[in-house]
Design a protein around this ligand. Structure first.
Ligand code: 6PG
Length: 478
């Protein structure tokens, strides 16, 4: 029998996806650059379903039913191009090549264009959920043509995570690079969520004086409420873990230098290019970067800070409640920024992305899965043209109810010298959006003064310039 789908690149993500397809009753061709890995997969997991091992690229392609559907699970960048160069000559018009790696959407757009000229569909697909997700049900974000999705979608639905209402967490995001773009923003939001949780931990530890175990319990209780999410759940696990070697809390023996593979950085780079303000995501990327600059941190050890005693027990409990409010409010802001970026990306590239559908496929399987995403979906379903998530009535009310505690937390953190770039940037974004007037008017005046860059007025149409070096009369600048 021919295979309905093939997976090439059998590192752990590729192997687990292949096994997921097989466990769901599909015949899966498997291939790897070094054949030993293909053999190992079939040896170890062959009884889970129908695998067709292929040693060569030719055998792999020959094992697939037509139109062929083959998933590339190789490293992003040049390794992906190399595999495409290897397979493209073996394929025929109508075949579908799926890239399930964390590719940059601009690369995906280029590859889609190049393969389209050969009549081959290229489907850049975001896959989230790590190794476990790949095996038990990831959240899947395919781009590419609607025609390709028609042939591929039903297979992806079989292996995708299922939301609580039973809906598979996969949808056709939009043409060419739309899927990888949305996965990129997912990761940007992932960074922001992680940073906000880290700040909450830092405050509970340094200001409330809680132990990692107490903070773990606090997060467990938050996880039963509106913050119910995978990232809060695993944070509680990490915090309660005790290091074997030292018998100390694990979190105290890990080097405090956060790494990154780069998708959060891409989100911010692209946001800058698109002119979309995503300060929450940017602060999360910068916080990781700052933590890794050990030379800078070592050179700054003598910088003075405030004198502050930890809170008493009753105060600490009240403060923890305020931190929950600050975390929730900041989370709403991060998602507002991420969805804004997707909306602008969709408009810029003509993708026609349904933001409610994006929220829906993030409800299960992916790293940022959370009860909260149901709310976001409902907000966009009720008003697909929603300009800002914050202006959804439900979110406006919730953030309004949280704002005083949120301010108290940011102010308290500043007074006590605990860095909260995520909470603070989120609050500044919120207050900037609320402001009737922003000092941007003054910025415009400065620009006009030193560079005759002109400005617009509140009372009349057109561009104007003041003759700052002359009699300061105003002239038209358009
Ligand atoms: C996912 C994740 C995943 C990502 C890692 C690591 O959705 O499953 O986003 O794709 O690569 O979480 O990212 P960093 O190394 O950049 O933290």
């Amino acid at each position: 029998d021919k295979a309905q789908i093939g997976v090439t690149g059998l590192a752990v993500m590729g192997s687990n996806l292949a096994r997921n397809f097989a466990r769901n009753g599909l015949t899966v061709a498997v291939h790897n650059r070094t054949a030993a890995r293909t053999r190992a997969l079939v040896e170890e997991f062959g009884d889970e379903g129908a695998f067709v091992p292929a040693e060569s690229a030719e055998d792999f392609v020959a094992a697939l039913e037509r139109p062929r559907r083959l998933i590339l699970m190789v490293k992003a960048g040049e390794p992906t191009d190399a595999v495409i160069r290897e397979f493209a000559p073996l394929l025929e018009p109508g075949d579908v090549v799926i890239d399930g790696g964390n590719a940059h959407f601009a690369d995906t757009r280029r590859r889609e264009r190049e393969l389209r000229e050969l009549g081959i569909h290229f489907v850049g697909t975001g896959v989230s959920g790590g190794e476990e997700g790949a095996l038990h049900g990831p959240s899947i974000m395919p781009g590419g043509s609607a025609e390709a999705y028609a042939s591929l979608g039903p297979l992806l639905e079989r292996i995708a995570a299922k939301a609580k209402d039973g809906a598979p967490c996969v949808t056709h995001i939009g043409p060419d690079g739309a899927g990888h773009f949305v996965k990129m923003v997912h990761n940007g939001i992932e960074y922001a969520d992680m940073q906000l949780i880290a700040e909450a931990y830092h405050l509970l530890r340094s200001v409330a004086g809680y132990s990692p175990e107490q903070i773990s319990r606090t997060f467990r209780s938050w996880n039963t409420g509106r913050l119910d999410s995978y990232l809060i759940e695993i944070t509680a696990e990490v915090l309660s873990h005790i290091d074997d070697a030292t018998d100390e809390p694990f979190v105290d023996v890990v080097a405090d230098e956060a790494e990154q593979k780069g998708t959060g950085r891409w989100t911010v780079q692209i946001a800058l290019d698109l002119g979309v303000p995503v300060p929450g995501i940017a602060e999360a990327v910068f916080a990781r970067s700052l933590s890794g600059h050990t030379e800078l941190r070592r050179a700054s050890g003598e910088l003075p800070g405030p004198a502050a005693a930890p809170l008493g027990e009753a105060e600490a409990a009240a403060f923890a409640d305020q931190v929950e409010q600050a975390l929730y409010a900041s989370k709403i802001v991060s998602y507002t920024q991420g969805f804004h970026q997707i909306r602008v990306g969709s408009e810029t590239y003509g993708w026609g992305i349904d933001l409610g559908a994006v929220a829906a496929v993030w409800r299960a399987g992916c790293i940022i899965r959370a009860a909260f995403l149901d709310r976001i979906r409902a907000a966009y379903d009720a008003e697909p043209g929603l300009v800002s998530l914050l202006s959804d009535k439900g979110f406006t009310e919730e953030i309004g109810a949280a704002q005083e505690d949120w301010r108290a937390v940011v102010a308290g953190a500043a007074l006590r010298g605990v860095p909260t770039p995520g909470f603070s940037a989120a609050l500044a974004y919120y207050d900037a959006l609320r402001a009737q007037r922003l000092p941007a008017a003054l910025t415009q005046g400065q620009r006009d003064f030193f560079g005759a860059h002109s400005y617009r007025r509140t009372d009349r149409e057109g561009a104007f310039h003041t003759l700052w070096g002359g009699d300061r009369s105003e002239v038209r600048a358009d």
